[in-house]
Design a protein around this ligand. Structure first.
Ligand SMILES: Nc1ccn([C@@H]2O[C@H](COP(=O)(O)OP(=O)(O)OP(=O)(O)O)[C@@H](O)[C@H]2O)c(=O)n1
Ligand SMILES: C[C@](O)(CO)[C@H](O)COP(=O)(O)O
Length: 232
């Protein structure tokens, strides 16, 4: 089977929860943008064929990136929601990669991802229909109603938090997202589309520091994690 591996990076969001003066992927950590840090990690993955980077058509920051002219970085235009951006990137990838190539979709907003975790994901999930990095729930988990009143306690041995990268075959992921859109189902990650299409993505445990920068306090946390990783 094809072992070709691509990365797809959705970076077309506005970062509304971050409340910054620019999209969060262009905020800086130790003098480098979140997006450049993320691309650096992905470009360090051995045997990566290339990266499909999905940018907003209003993006004015990308030309200043240190990777703007990198031969392995290709660009696509984003859409309204994350899944539209991912699908647009998959359409562009379809022009240059095989339908059975593996694609790792990784949020631009997760710059602390470890190359060793990416390799672990590839090794384990490429033996199956694909999978995703995540972490098992470590606290007691409650099911609540809209008033935050607890109805019951969930069995946390079956609860994981979904991170990225999420890796699937190009053609299967493209078809699965198209199906979710045609059924008008809002999906917040790539694995959800695959689940709806009948696949069972493998959860692969990764490091807990692979956080998604979402709120203002996450920026200094990510900076601290990056410093710790360099020291370790
Ligand atoms: N229409 C969109 C929305 C999101 N993303 C990307 O998907 C990743 C995860 O999304 P999220 O953290 O929700 O980012 P934003 O949508 O930018 O943030 P917010 O929801 O706070 O506005 C980010 O790298 C973001 O740039 C995208 O490419 N296209
Ligand atoms: C894909 C994701 O990172 C998995 O945790 C997440 O779903 C992205 O967006 P969200 O809108 O913040 O849930």
């Amino acid at each position: 089977m094809n072992k070709e591996l691509w990365a797809l990076v959705p970076a077309s969001g506005v970062g509304s929860r971050m409340k910054a003066d620019r999209p969060k992927q262009y905020l800086t950590l130790n003098n480098r943008t979140v997006l450049d840090l993320t691309l650096h990690r992905l470009l360090s993955v051995p045997n990566l064929s290339g990266i499909m980077l999905v940018l907003s058509d209003e993006d004015e920051y990308w030309p200043s990136s240190q990777y703007a002219s990198h031969p392995k970085v290709h660009c696509a235009v984003g859409g309204l929601e994350r899944f539209h951006s991912v699908l647009n990137g998959l359409y562009e990838l379809t022009e240059i990669a095989a339908d059975d190539a593996w694609v790792m979709v990784h949020d631009a907003a997760r710059p602390c991802v470890r190359v060793s975790d990416i390799e672990k994901l590839f090794d384990l999930a490429s033996q199956l229909d694909g999978g995703l990095l995540g972490i098992p729930a470590k606290d007691t988990v409650k099911q609540v109603n809209l008033q935050a009143e607890v109805s019951h306690t969930l069995d946390r041995s079956k609860i994981w938090l979904a991170y990225t990268p999420q890796m699937f075959r190009l053609g299967q992921l493209r078809d699965a997202i198209e199906q979710a859109i045609s059924k008008k189902i809002q999906i917040t990650d790539d694995a959800s589309a695959m689940e709806l299409a009948g696949f069972s993505p493998l959860m692969v445990e990764g490091a807990t520091d692979n956080i998604k920068i979402t709120h203002p306090e996450d920026l200094s946390l990510a900076e601290w994690f990056l410093t710790q990783q360099r020291a370790g």
